[in-house]
Design a protein around this ligand. Structure first.
Ligand SMILES: Cc1cc2nc3c(=O)[nH]c(=O)nc-3n(C[C@H](O)[C@H](O)[C@H](O)COP(=O)(O)OP(=O)(O)OC[C@H]3O[C@@H](n4cnc5c(N)ncnc54)[C@H](O)[C@@H]3O)c2cc1C
Length: 297
């Protein structure tokens, strides 16, 4: 099918884009990489009066470290994040998740902001930002709002962004020393959306005792699922395979995924437990590797 008729506008600045959104709010849709929006238009699942193309807007892309956080402009292409040495060095969890998004052709066009704003419950980026308890910066003519992932992701394909707000930046904390991270997922074919994915980080002190553990899952709920209570059980203990097994079991017991034609609810639950156990194991191995080689950030 072809998209329904719409007016196309191509602002050159953030202010221009915001004033168009302020004027047309509910009737407008912003176009980033188009990897999710164009199929939705073609299937006529969305029918905007105005398509506001962000691709010519200056100042919406780029990756920088600012005050202990990695800040990524909304229009930064997924591929640019994937190949960024700064991201690999400062936030290896994000670097590891990137190549698991679709195919390279999709990541060449798809943007960080588009993926987060689209809020697909099987997407990798929402889970990474949720695990790292990052920040989403929304802007409108009324000013800026900074939301935590728990505030931003509201429901299936739904965020707290108002129709006149642009997501301008995503921020995640720089990974602290003695931290291991891992992103693991299972999908039916290479490049498919994950059936279940797990983002995990473990931080230990000099004695090897866990001081922080964060987990977020994709594919087991309408928004990223963050099993905070279960993850807290690892804090204060020396991480062991038995502890990871136990945590995986607790996480699996705590999720209630829907089944669909790709996987049953039971299978997704099973995957959640297995992937949490494996991801935490990888975190521990990575900490051990760093400590052994004396690598510190
Ligand atoms: C074959 C295929 C496989 C894919 N596989 C995966 C996968 O495995 N994992 C995964 O996570 N994704 C996958 N995707 C989706 C891909 O990552 C998209 O790039 C992403 O979902 C949307 O990003 P985009 O930049 O293309 O946004 P668009 O498609 O342009 O926009 C998506 C939505 O976000 C809104 N939006 C975009 N930018 C902003 C902004 N700055 N502020 C406010 N709203 C905004 C748009 O209005 C629209 O509603 C796949 C896509 C395809 C086509």
């Amino acid at each position: 099918m072809k998209p329904p008729k719409f007016d196309y506008v191509a602002p050159r600045s953030i202010d221009e884009a915001l004033s168009i959104l302020a004027q047309h709010g509910e009737q407008a849709k912003v176009l980033a990489g188009g990897q999710s929006l164009v199929p939705l238009l073609n299937f006529r699942l969305v029918r905007p009066g105005y398509l506001v193309d962000l691709n010519g807007v200056a100042g919406l892309d780029g990756i920088r470290v600012d005050d202990g956080r990695l800040a990524i402009g909304a229009m930064t292409r997924q591929r640019a994040v994937e190949v960024s040495a700064l991201v690999r060095e400062r936030c290896p969890l994000l670097a590891e998740a990137m190549p698991q998004i679709g195919h390279v052709q999709i990541r060449n066009r798809g943007t960080i902001g588009g993926s987060l704003a689209h809020a697909d419950p099987a997407g990798e980026l929402p889970a990474v930002v949720a695990a790292l308890d990052g920040e989403l910066v929304l802007r409108s003519v009324r000013g800026d709002r900074v939301l935590k992932p728990a505030q931003f992701f509201v429901a299936y394909l739904t965020t707290a962004a108002a129709p006149d707000e642009l997501l301008v930046e995503a921020r995640v904390p720089v990974t602290p020393p003695r931290t291991g991270s891992a992103f693991l997922e299972v999908s039916r074919r290479h490049g498919d959306f994950a059936l279940v994915g797990v983002a995990a980080t473990v931080t230990v002190d000099d004695a090897g005792v866990c001081t922080a553990c964060a987990i977020a899952l994709t594919g087991v709920g309408p928004i990223p699922v963050v099993p905070r209570e279960a993850a807290r059980a690892l804090v204060g203990v020396t991480p062991t395979p038995a502890a990871f097994e136990d945590l995986g079991r607790r996480v699996a017991e705590g999720v209630e995924p829907d089944g669909d034609l790709h996987a049953s609810s039971e299978y997704r639950k099973h995957l959640a437990g297995v992937l949490v156990r494996r991801a935490l194991g990888q975190c521990a191995e990575r900490i051990a590797g760093r400590v052994a080689t004396g690598e510190r950030r």
